[in-house]
Design a protein. Structure first.
Length: 377
């Protein structure tokens, strides 16, 4: 069969600063390396400041890195560069299909079909997070991507319905492909984390989250204080470990920690490697995910796949992607309900949960089918 060259725009990846979207694309690239048919070749468009993080793919014959003269850290300059140049680069390199793993499809003159992934429409739900200019830009970018792309990939049915309702998009234009989930083959030894954070197995609660308001971390801080004030015979741990990137609420979170007098009980690790993260998942008493809005929400799925009890909400895509395998609170703002659900964890079975729909080979096959169909049409 004819070789299919897929260009992948990675200029937006600010290493360690874009949360779940970075995990998504790195998992997907690993999946392409392992499972993509030999008829595919991938050209990775990388920036001067993220190139080194993608050089590991050069050991595979199917990948070629193209360094672009732009920095991912300069967001508006990067966006302008993409709109002016990346389609031209792609045509010079004889790219057959362009894949943009985020909402922002660059301007193109036609000829190359574009596949664009939309992870959520956060700015429409929480416009206060962004400036007026950024809100306007994102609305225009979503509208342009939906109109001019060959196919839109939504990472959950929740996101697909949101796109259809907000932009009157045709059902046939949007394909749901769930995020690929990859766990580490060699997580770090727990002793490393004990030395680093002073925690013991089964004696801490864990969450992975940014510090944006909709992540609802405030309730977990209230929960820590509530557990300390209401000790019970089950001896629920009141140490909370938070991993992830910062956000608009970081200053407020630190103030609340002081206000609740729980500074000795909350450990904020910042961004951690996947190897550390998976060890933290595996040895936690429970994984807590109080988010109010997610396009997908990989952390509770990852925790379930490692056998850790998960307590989460019924908001947005979360019940869809966790497949009813977690413990759910009805009111995500009710500290007493979180407390009662935590009491259930002691007798909750710690067993590995399988999600075949998130296996890398399955997801890669769906993407490759999309690429082939875009070219054949």
């Amino acid at each position: 069969m004819q070789l299919i060259t897929v260009g992948i725009d990675l200029l937006w990846v600010r290493v360690g600063k874009v949360g779940g979207t970075e995990s998504y694309i790195r998992n997907l690239l690993d999946g392409f390396a392992m499972f993509a048919p030999q008829l595919f070749k991938f050209i990775l468009f990388v920036s001067s400041d993220n190139k080194s993080s993608f050089e590991c793919y050069q050991k595979y014959n199917m990948f070629k890195l193209v360094e672009c003269n732009i920095s991912s850290s300069s967001v508006w300059k990067r966006i302008l560069w993409e709109h002016c140049f990346i389609d031209r680069y792609a045509r010079k390199l004889n790219v057959d299909v362009m894949f943009v793993p985020i909402y922002s499809k660059p301007f193109s003159i036609g000829g190359i079909p574009y596949i664009v992934t939309i992870h959520d429409l956060q700015a429409l739900h929480y416009p206060e997070y962004f400036s007026k200019l950024k809100n306007l830009w994102m609305r225009l970018a979503w509208k342009y991507s939906i109109k001019s792309s060959k196919k839109i990939i939504a990472i959950s049915n929740f996101v697909k319905e949101d796109i259809k309702n907000r932009f009157n998009a045709a059902d046939s234009k949007i394909e749901v492909i769930y995020n690929p989930i990859k766990l580490c083959e060699q997580p770090v030894e727990f002793e490393v984390l004990y030395q680093k954070y002073g925690i013991e197995p089964m004696k801490y609660l864990y969450t992975v989250s940014s510090m944006l308001p909709h992540k609802n971390l405030r309730i977990l801080l209230q929960l820590v204080r509530f557990i300390k004030d209401n000790p019970i015979i089950n001896k629920i741990p009141h140490t909370l470990v938070i991993s992830g990137i910062g956000g608009k609420q970081e200053e407020e979170i630190n103030k609340l920690i002081d206000e609740y007098d729980i500074k000795q009980d909350v450990i904020i690790t910042g961004f951690v490697s996947n190897e550390e993260r998976d060890t933290l998942y595996r040895h936690a008493y429970a994984f807590l995910f109080p988010s109010l809005f997610e396009g997908f929400g990989m952390p509770p799925v990852e925790a379930l796949m490692l056998g850790t009890p998960v307590i989460t909400t019924l908001c947005a895509s979360i019940p869809e992607v966790t497949r009813g395998k977690a413990i759910y609170v009805n009111n995500p703002h009710d500290v007493r309900e979180w407390y009662e659900k935590l009491k259930e964890v002691k007798g909750y079975p710690r067993k590995i949960t399988y999600f075949p729909e998130y296996e890398m080979e399955h997801v890669v096959n769906k993407y490759c089918d999309i690429f082939k169909k875009a070219l054949s049409n």
